[in-house]
Design a protein around this ligand. Sequence first.
Ligand SMILES: [Zn+2]
Length: 473
Amino acid sequence: MSNAELIWDLVDEHREEFIGLADRVWGMPEICYTEYRSVEEHRKMLEQQGFRVTDNVAGIPTAVMGEAGEGGPVIAIMGEYDALPGLSQVANIAEPQPVEEGGHGHGCGHNLLGSAAMLAAAGLKDWLEKTGTPGRVRYYGCPAEEGGAAKGFMVRAGAFDDVDAAVTWHPSGVTQVGIANSLANTRIDFSFTGRSSHASAAPHLGRSALDAVELMNVGVNYMREHMPPDARLHYAMLDAGGVAPNVVQGFAKVRHAVRAGDLATMQALVERVKKVAEGAALMTETTMSWQVVSAVSNMLDNDPMKRAMFDNMQRLGAVPFDAEDKAYASQIQATLTGADISNEYLRAGVPEKDDTPLCDFIVPLEARGVSMPGSTDVSDVSWAVPTIEARVATHAIGTPGHSWQITAQGKAAAAHKGMIHAAKIMAGTAVDMVRDEELLAAAKADHAVRTAKTPYVCPIPEDVHPPLQPRPE
Ligand SMILES: [Zn+2]
């Protein structure tokens, strides 16, 4: 039996326990820094598996870390368990029907993400013990991936300082080694203060903060033509100054998001957005202040780790979906448009297949899809240590991210199969990193080259702290 087969068998030994964990977390959807019940489930499982547990990682009560093994390199396997607002949905059906009207739901599959990551860590723990190999495995339970940038705060607090390499995954419609094209992203709140007055009787005495916000947004929209094509600008009104049109709005607040291919480009754009805000304040005789809310970096690739992970994927083959899995996935696909489905193939850079609703292939390493990037806080870890991310099929091809369809599929047999498969891919890659010194050295050398010119500076300002939420009564 090769070592790879041993690690996969060790993962399989725990499959039922970890499917149970994923399903329990699915049933208690908690968002951005409120994941108290979910982290407790993860903590209990870490203890049950015999990990040395650290609570309150980086001062975040919903973050947890478990370590096992002695000496050797430190391999981090990162999991998540946060849900999304408004995506409550009954499982295993193919029509929108919330469990709780307006409630939260696992519309990004993080119930699977966390459970598979800890399962990979548990498999690696057993492997280290069985083979007597020096090495330490850590499971990092990371909250608030959605809008909370928790990993950035964890990196900033030094939680990854002595880690040699990090591995993670994300549920997906297709199975592939993660493409490092996620954008650096920051969110900044701009507040304008003017002078309120009666909008009819004394308009000349008022100075409108809402006007300032509107002018700022117009100015930012004019920037779009003059910025790198992969950069993105978005905004949302946080406070329009009230609902009375007959009052000149004395205060207004808008949140701007600035995304770009790397941190330096993002910072340069941020400076321009600030100038636009200053201009809007000048035009309206209001005062302006800004506050960074959160920020994440762009993702760094790692070629040696990519090849190691792809090798594991190929040896494992595609996720073993069966006819029943495909029947449900077909029902889900019937709720999507043809464009939704084509989009997934376009992004992956592989020809469209019409004979299967579930991914029965592995996207080749050299496939070049159309870049449609988002942002993730995994990127900050990728700047700190060599990092690799797998994407593993757990739901119907074309299912949009952050949708009721993902919540619906989050407890299906296909999701469980994808999750076990993801754990094997991560555990196999982690075993390679532990036992192959040359591979680990190559991964570190690759990382050193990528960070040589622009060493990592955390994009979250020192005075910004995680927006922690109180433990519910
Ligand atoms: Zn996600």
